[in-house]
Design a protein around this ligand. Structure first.
Ligand SMILES: NC(=O)c1ccc[n+]([C@@H]2O[C@H](COP(=O)([O-])OP(=O)(O)OC[C@H]3O[C@@H](n4cnc5c(N)ncnc54)[C@H](O)[C@@H]3O)[C@@H](O)[C@H]2O)c1
Ligand SMILES: [Zn+2]
Length: 466
């Protein structure tokens, strides 16, 4: 919710307007937001006597009955708009379909649209609300770990356009965000890992206590989906809740003074320097969590090389990624990727590297001094370290599949990680289909470029020759 205050004064040859916009939006933790005993969400809609709910097809299949039962109980008729799944659906066409549903529904001024889903749905539907009548309220219910601890912490909403990720977008805060971690029980493990990578990011640069908890409970947190699966130990559930609470609080503290992204030295950019370029190099592309983990692991090696991180902490960071099943290296993460990735990021960071580095672990420093030759020398060392890790540094389920892209994915030689000739790791499936769809190149260019918008101004680059 925002509230503008401004004044106008006369100048020599015209007028000058100055003012500020007051922002106010709230987050509430709720256990079972669609559980009938939790009235909070229903109360937001009682006044309107109806609710338009936007979600994706997967979420509709899983949760529409529960949502309907909830609102039925409160005599609030619910209308669903289900959008397609995946990054390919993060488009202006998808946005216009939501707009059409809003018109058909006859949404009135101030009436909030209910948006339920991962970062993709909250980005697209949030942007539809930003555009509709120049601004329409919405209530956000994130359902992925990325959504809960990352996308829904910001007020950025967007769609992709042409070859550009998040090229059309806005800053538009929801009136409420309901944080319900019980959605994690149905989230695929590969998506849990994506979110885990972002929590490693924030904790290794800003919150040692959270890093220590991730380190202590790593495998159990992932296997039990942060203590949400039935049979999870209460201790793990308690730790998971603390981790998520602290990660969100850290993100809010770091990012709310910079809601419009004016400052370019950003702690939350750890892992997002070379990954925006590298993420798209394999076919199909890497999952965002894996791309940033490779970048974070390499950056940690750079910090170690410069004496900014102890040997012990360097090993701890790499080991944590590896235990979590996240990638710490890739054969296409090579000298060319370093060179091209550096070139691309310098453009978005106003000519400086602004490399966020954990130093010491739990705190952040920014590195600006570099030469590409030196970065490539460190990469050689990094590859030596990672070669000794399980799966030679490859991750599990590291590549996007139909649940991320909205299209069948492709197996090609460019998938190859270091250890597995077929791109799968330790017998785990990548969920990859062997069907080769037409127009896959276009999909690659439209797919996952950068998650948290840190690269939202840069063009998607053509794959380099490996
Ligand atoms: N606005 C921001 O600041 C910000 C930050 C981070 C990411 N993002 C954006 O978020 C998008 C990625 O979001 P994401 O990682 O949440 O993925 P997503 O929204 O694409 O969801 C991933 C998959 O999980 C499914 N899913 C969602 N919730 C589920 C649940 N509870 N149970 C079972 N399945 C579920 C979805 O249907 C989908 O198949 C990207 O487009 C990225 O640009 C935005
Ligand atoms: Zn990210």
């Amino acid at each position: 919710m925002s509230d503008m205050q401004a004044s106008v004064t006369k100048t020599d040859n015209g007028f000058s307007v100055a003012g500020y916009e007051k922002l106010n939006y709230d987050f509430a933790f709720v256990e079972g937001v669609f559980d009938i005993k939790n009235k909070q969400l229903a109360e937001c809609y009682q006044k309107w006597g109806r609710v338009l709910t936007v979600l994706d097809e997967n979420m509709k299949a899983l949760y529409a009955d529960e949502i309907k039962k909830y609102f039925d109980h409160y005599n609030i008729p619910v209308t669903f708009h289900a959008m397609a799944v995946g990054e390919k659906a993060k488009s202006i066409e998808t946005l216009l379909k939501i707009v059409e549903s809003m018109t058909n529904f006859g949404i009135i001024r101030k009436e909030p649209v209910l948006v339920v889903g991962g970062g993709l749905v909250t980005d697209v539907a949030g942007f539809a609300c930003a555009c509709y009548r120049r601004t329409t309220n919405f209530i956000r219910v994130p359902t992925t770990l990325i959504g809960l601890i990352d996308a829904s912490v910001s007020i950025k909403v967007a769609v992709n356009y042409g070859n550009y990720k998040n090229r059309l977008g806005a800053y538009h805060a929801p009136i409420w965000t309901f944080l319900d971690f019980s959605f994690l029980k149905t989230l695929p493990i590969a998506q849990v890992r994506n979110g885990f990578a972002e929590i490693i990011k924030i904790s290794s640069c800003a919150d040692l206590k959270t890093f220590n908890s991730l380190d202590r409970y790593c495998e159990e947190l992932i296997d039990t989906k942060f203590g949400r699966l039935e049979g999870s130990r209460p201790e793990v559930r308690k730790v998971a809740d603390e981790i998520c609470y602290d990660a969100i609080y850290e993100m809010l503290k770091l990012e709310t003074p910079n809601l419009h992204e004016i400052m370019l030295d950003r702690v939350i950019a750890y892992g997002h320097t070379w990954s925006p370029f590298h993420e798209l190099q394999p076919e199909p592309p890497l999952r965002h969590g894996h791309a940033i983990s490779i970048d974070m692991a390499y950056t940690a090696t750079l910090a170690y090389d410069r004496g900014m991180l102890s040997k012990e902490d360097h090993t701890r960071i790499l080991t944590l990624f590896s235990r979590a099943g996240l990638s710490i290296d890739h054969q296409l993460y090579d000298d060319v990727a370093i060179e091209k990735g550096t070139e691309a990021i310098l453009k978005t960071r106003d000519g400086a590297l602004r490399l966020a580095v954990p130093s010491p672990l739990g705190q952040c420093q920014f590195v600006n001094e570099f030469s590409v030759g030196d970065l490539q020398r460190v990469l050689k060392d990094h590859k030596k370290y990672t070669a000794g890790f399980p799966r030679s540094g490859d991750g599990l389920e590291a590549y996007v599949d139909a649940s991320d892209t909205g299209e069948p994915t492709v197996v090609s030689p460019k998938n190859l990680g270091k250890g597995q000739p077929n791109g799968s790791a330790n017998g785990h499936s990548n969920g990859m289909s062997s069907k080769i769809p037409n127009g896959h190149k276009a999909l690659v260019q439209d797919a996952h470029h950068e998650n948290g918008d840190l690269m939202n101004e840069s063009k998607l680059l053509q794959p380099v020759q490996a």
